[in-house]
Write a protein that binds this ligand. Structure first.
Ligand code: ATP
Length: 296
């Protein structure tokens, strides 16, 4: 038996930190959506054990991989005695602020749920996913949502108007923990207007979305990595309608309406960054690569 799932990347249209909680996490408020850049997760049923392989040498190929942890946790929670071989065809840049690992974990939860015939709902998978990482519940749905708490408290939103998203990742990663460690919430002067962004998304108001893009982690990462600031300036110069760093970075994305402008921007950024993509904004979850459980 074999199933395959798409694991799309997410971007933050807003990211705000409200205060630091007693448990050490920041209380967050984020509007997140999904773009058409994805890893492919192939799942082959095996007897008992979990094994994992990836096309990318940049991610762990053992129990440290978030997809492996997802399958192991699902087995533990449900008492399922089946196994799985996980193959990750990695396209989403690693340690990039695009929730690649979380999306792989979420796709593994969705796929194993089908492969093993567990019949869990998305809400049940999201609850299990929250134990793996704060972005995993969002990635179970992979739609558009307001995420609060650590990111795991979700309110669904309609998909934003479709447009082109140019994603560019500088040639280094960023540790999310390091960036949050340097954030001083009481020193933030420029909080995003989250409610305005929600309004713009609901009205499918492209210009409103552009106006209210905001991420309080952007200056923190830019102070650590000057090339992120330069990348943003470059994208604005090359004609982006709006530009923002996603998550804790270092990926910066530009929104544009016209395909020709997106292509021009990709060509102009190639010398500056190795990983540059022009993809469509999705805002909703695409069905899995192969919809049905198939016999190999
Ligand atoms: P987020 O936006 O949720 O903070 P990110 O995009 O910044 O995530 P990831 O690509 O998810 O970062 O990777 C973060 C770390 O997780 C990396 O150091 C990587 O080694 C580890 N990791 C474990 N499993 C995976 C996976 N399946 N894909 C990518 N990274 C993984």
């Amino acid at each position: 038996m074999f199933v395959s799932e798409k694991a799309p990347a997410k971007i933050n249209l807003t990211l705000d930190a409200l205060f630091k909680r007693p448990d050490g996490y920041h209380e967050l408020e984020m509007v997140m959506t999904t773009v058409d850049l994805f890893d492919r997760i192939d799942l082959y049923q095996t007897n008992k054990s979990i094994t994992l392989e990836s096309s990318s040498g940049l991610v762990p190929q053992d129990e440290r991989n978030l997809a492996f942890r997802a399958a192991a946790l699902l087995k533990e929670k449900t008492g399922c005695d089946k196994g799985v071989h996980i193959y990750i065809d990695k396209r989403i840049p690693v340690a990039a602020g695009l929730a690649g690992g979380s999306s792989d974990a979420a796709a593994t939860l969705r796929g194993c749920n089908r492969l093993w015939g567990l019949g869990l709902s998305d809400a049940e998978l999201a609850e299990i996913g929250a134990e793996i990482g704060s972005d995993v519940p969002f990635c179970i749905y992979s739609n558009t949502a307001l995420a609060q708490g650590r990111g795991e408290v979700l309110t669904a939103l309609p998909a934003p108007p479709t447009c082109w998203v140019v994603l560019a990742k500088p040639n280094h990663g960023v540790s999310t923990a390091d960036v949050f460690g340097k954030l001083r919430v009481h020193e933030i002067t420029d909080h995003p207007q989250t409610s305005r962004m929600i309004e713009a998304v609901k009205k499918r108001d492209y210009d409103g979305i552009i106006r209210h893009l905001g991420n309080v982690l952007e200056p923190v990462t830019m102070d650590m990595h000057e090339d992120v600031r330069q990348l943003k300036e470059r994208m604005l110069r090359f004609g982006a309608d709006g530009v923002l760093m996603s998550g804790s970075g270092p990926t910066v994305f530009a929104l544009v309406k016209q395909e020709s402008r997106a292509v021009r921007m990709v060509n102009s950024l190639r010398g500056f960054c190795q990983q540059v993509f022009a993809v469509r904004m999705l805002g909703v979850r695409r069905e899995s690569v192969l919809d049905d459980v198939r016999t190999k």
